[in-house]
Design a protein. Structure first.
Length: 214
């Protein structure tokens, strides 16, 4: 899991495997651990705050994160390095890709088998002087979903989209500006509203879990 802002931290967690032998702790704890195997943090890696990490995803057995502050996706190495490995074509300029400021709010990863089979959400696909953190940033229906393969937009008309996820062969997205979740075509096209919900989306055994911001 990631703690964003300055500095970013990435925590590794693992299930408890046993308790320290103590005379002041009952055996109830051992039974609880055997049944529930709770996760506890075992390591923390400090990373530059400029990454502004959002979503984390395992893609092809490797850990990746949204470096929102750099308009890119980074691979997070075991030694703590963050390597830029993917970015949308829209940030490329004659002077090179723009990694120096958050222009897109590129904030989620729908993890496929590899980066080319993955998808990424953002609040816009345009580089302008008004950025997602500005009060006068025009957000309404400017959100997009990028294809990992083409690095181009495949869905438009969203508002503050995030939590892109792949499940049962479909691409899903939280259109959080309108408090709804939607399915998207994995080819170029629009998103389709499926339910009025809110922020944070994941799937487990065919069930969608949706969080709220309040």
């Amino acid at each position: 899991m990631a703690s964003t802002r300055n500095p970013n931290q990435v925590y590794d967690l693992a299930p408890v495997s046993g308790l320290v032998d103590r005379s002041d702790v009952s055996s109830v704890g051992e039974r609880y651990l055997a049944e529930f195997r709770p996760l506890i943090p075992i390591r923390s890696r400090f990373m530059p705050g400029s990454l502004y990490l959002h979503d984390l995803a395992m893609v092809g057995g490797r850990l990746y994160g949204n470096a929102v502050g750099e308009n890119a996706v980074v691979r997070i190495h075991d030694d703590g390095r963050a390597e830029r490995v993917w970015w949308p074509r829209c940030i490329e300029t004659p002077d090179g890709p723009v990694f120096t400021r958050n222009h897109l709010q590129l904030n989620s990863i729908a993890a496929g088998a590899d980066l080319k089979k993955s998808f990424f959400s953002a609040s816009t696909d345009r580089l302008t002087n008004r950025r997602p953190s500005h009060r006068n940033f025009p957000v309404d229906r400017r959100g997009v979903v990028f294809s990992g393969a083409s690095r181009e937009v495949i869905a438009r008309g969203l508002t503050r989209p995030h939590s892109a996820r792949l499940s049962a062969g479909k691409l899903w997205i939280d259109n959080s500006g309108y408090g709804e979740s939607a399915s998207c075509s994995r080819e170029a096209g629009a998103a389709h509203q499926i339910a009025w919900l809110d922020a944070g989306l994941c799937f487990h055994q065919g069930v969608a879990f949706v969080g709220t911001s309040r």
